[in-house]
Design a protein around this ligand. Structure first.
Ligand SMILES: O=C(O)CCC(=O)C(=O)O
Ligand SMILES: [Fe+2]
Length: 541
């Protein structure tokens, strides 16, 4: 059976960027070190978000086996403006993963015209300030996770995804006289992705009769990101730091991160709102993508970025089994809409308060429209057609399921679930499409036809302290007894990611993935709209 809309050997925009390039003909600017193996990086066109890597940041691309054990450095990849000068890297098996090292120097805010005049005790102060600010950023950014204790120059990362704990040492390029002031992990992009901030003391070069050594060493701060697999992940992390720059105010100037920050999408709503999908009936999910949803998922300022953004969203969904989309164009819910919904929330689910405590209602499009939520409904129901066209089957650690085939494209049910959790509310770990005994008792089957779960959250100003995160247990698709995720063992077996139910956030995940709603700590009610995208055509929710 041929898979519909599935491009078998598409070469991604990212692949095109990472063409192997031999040593640059011209030396690196200002004699700066570029990459760990000192080979050069050729800049991309300015329109590319990573264009200014050549100025301040360094990138090294390493290829590791998925296990990380056979870590052989095969090449340094280049962002190239020129036609590839040697064979491009077009194929990457799923057992290979790009491990990017990226670092940038962050300028210290200068006082009295000369930050060097600070004495040694100020240096300790600075280190403490940086430490505190870094922790504040990690604490306030839900996707950042405190790394295990650091020694001065190494970051220990513990991989929870397997029983065996692995410790990876990341050698800092300033290890001789730098001290880490903070480190965190970004489980969103994989258990090995780390960010480190380091305060370095550097003497001002070699002493010579013409240039006597300055009595005071220069302080520099570097931010380094390790083990990302593409430049959009790096940009995303930079964006999160940039958004938290208030924590570093007066200490570091984060404006140097600005060129790497993911710009808000700039497509024109005028050209897209008029083409809104009129809702997708279950029996006829169109194979042509919805213009609006496609625009949201692809949104980015330039053609190049549209491609890589799209790839990264679909690639993340494939690679991790889930993706979070925080596009400003996604509809948020206001108080008037919330008030209109309240009347609908009368039903319990019948699953019992020990499993879930939410109140639900399954909204039709007409009901959604009556509450001013047509946009919400249409964004969710447009996803099926986008996935039909853009989700690609790729080898993955768990058995892949085609999302759509010619015979059975992804479809939508007629209704979407509105769910409300009050303070203390929760939903224990479950799969939306669990493995069950088939009716004849002769084997194991999936309970239903849910393929992807799409959730649009509706909660303004929600923070970590409000609880109620949806907890995703990564790579749990094949788990038969979902409660096993709670079983205690010395090493946590599952790598988990918590996603906050923030207003306007879209979460899309493989319905087989085990997940839970963690207890709500807020007095504010936690609401969400959930759609189960199905394969094949199926009635009901
Ligand atoms: O609201 C959420 O974040 C998840 C809800 C859920 O898992 C469900 O209703 O099946
Ligand atoms: Fe669920």
């Amino acid at each position: 059976m041929r898979t519909k809309g599935v491009r078998q050997s598409q070469r991604t925009e990212l692949d095109r960027c990472f063409d192997i390039c031999p040593k640059s003909p011209s030396p690196p600017r200002n004699g700066e070190r570029i990459g760990r193996d000192e080979r050069a990086i050729v800049p991309m066109p300015v329109r590319n978000i990573m264009a200014c890597l050549q100025c301040v940041a360094v990138v090294t691309v390493l290829f590791f086996g998925e296990e990380g054990g056979r870590s052989s450095m095969l090449s340094v990849a280049a962002f190239s403006t020129r036609p590839p000068v040697s064979k491009p890297l077009t194929t990457r098996s799923s057992s290979q993963r790009l491990h990017l090292h990226w670092e940038i120097s962050l300028p210290l805010v200068v006082y009295n015209g000369n930050e060097n005049s600070m004495n040694d005790s100020n240096h300790d102060n600075l280190s403490q300030h940086l430490c505190r600010a870094f922790n504040e950023i990690v604490e306030s950014t839900e996707f950042f996770e405190v790394a295990s204790t650091l020694d001065e120059n190494n970051v220990d990362t513990v991989d929870n995804s397997s029983k065996k704990s692995t410790v990876k040492k990341i050698q800092s390029s300033h290890s001789h006289d730098g001290a880490s002031v903070g480190s965190c992990r970004i489980p969103l992009f994989g258990s090995q992705v780390t960010v480190q901030m380091q305060l370095n003391l550097q003497s001002s070069g070699v002493e010579s009769p013409q240039q006597p050594r300055s009595p005071k060493p220069t302080r520099t701060v570097t931010l380094s990101i390790d083990n990302c697999s593409d430049n959009t992940e790096i940009s995303w992390i930079c964006t999160k730091f940039y958004e938290s720059r208030a924590s570093l105010q007066g200490i570091l100037d984060l404006s140097v991160l600005h060129p790497f920050v993911v710009a808000p999408p700039s497509f024109s709503m005028a050209t897209t709102t008029s083409k809104l999908d009129p809702g997708v009936p279950a029996a006829s999910a169109p194979l042509a993508g919805s213009t609006r949803t496609a625009a949201i998922l692809k949104s980015s300022p330039t053609e190049h970025d549209i491609d890589s953004h799209q790839n990264s969203i679909m690639a993340r969904l494939q690679r991790h089994g889930y993706v979070v989309v925080d596009a400003p164009e996604l509809p948020r819910t206001n108080l008037v809409q919330h008030a209109a919904l309240t009347d609908f929330l009368t039903e319990k689910t019948g699953q019992g308060d020990s499993i879930r405590t939410d109140t639900v209602h399954y909204l039709t499009r007409t009901e959604a429209a009556a509450c001013g939520l047509t946009d919400h409904f249409d964004v969710l129901t447009s996803l099926a057609s986008y996935l039909n066209e853009n989700y690609e089957i790729e080898e993955s650690p768990y058995k892949p399921l085609p999302p759509a085939t010619e015979d059975s494209p992804l479809t939508n049910p007629e209704r979407i679930q509105l769910a409300e959790y009050e303070n203390s509310g929760f939903y224990t770990a479950h799969s939306d499409n669990p493995i069950v005994q088939d009716s004849g008792g002769s084997g194991l089957v999936r309970e239903n036809f849910r393929r992807f779960t799409a959730i649009l959250y509706m909660n303004e100003g929600w923070t970590k302290g409000d609880g109620g995160a949806v907890r995703l247990y990564l790579r749990s698709q094949a788990l038969q007894y979902v409660q096993e995720v709670y079983s205690e063992s010395e090493e946590p077996r599952w790598h988990v990611v918590d996603v906050l139910p923030s207003n306007g956030r879209l979460l899309l995940f493989d319905s087989r993935l085990v997940h839970s709603v963690e207890p709500v700590l807020s007095e504010q009610k936690r609401r969400a709209l959930t759609l189960w995208i199905k394969r094949p055509i199926e009635g009901g929710v």
